[in-house]
Design a protein around this ligand. Sequence first.
Ligand SMILES: [Zn+2]
Length: 113
Amino acid sequence: MFQDVSLSGHAMHRSVQRNISDEDIEFIIQNGDRLHRTGVIFCQLRERNIPDDTPGNHRGWKLVGTTVVLCKCGLYVVTLYREERAFHRDSRKAKYNLRPESTSCPCCGAYAS
Ligand SMILES: [Zn+2]
């Protein structure tokens, strides 16, 4: 995968479910809005985040509304989801509750129990 970003088992499962490829995740991480919260970074792709020179048939347009949740180190995808309104709700939520299946970040060790 690009740079040194890796996916949790949960994120990998989700990406297969949602038919989101590594390239799609890369696109979201590179272009999406970033929101820092306790221990994680929410990265959501919005229509205005898509570069002007992106062709109309580019996959990126289909990814609008998709959120990638990164570890605070930015190198580990905790989970991802598609929900247009999630960003707004999340932005008011002080803390992100990790799912039990989340594993510790291989990059910075966050979430280790
Ligand atoms: Zn980390």
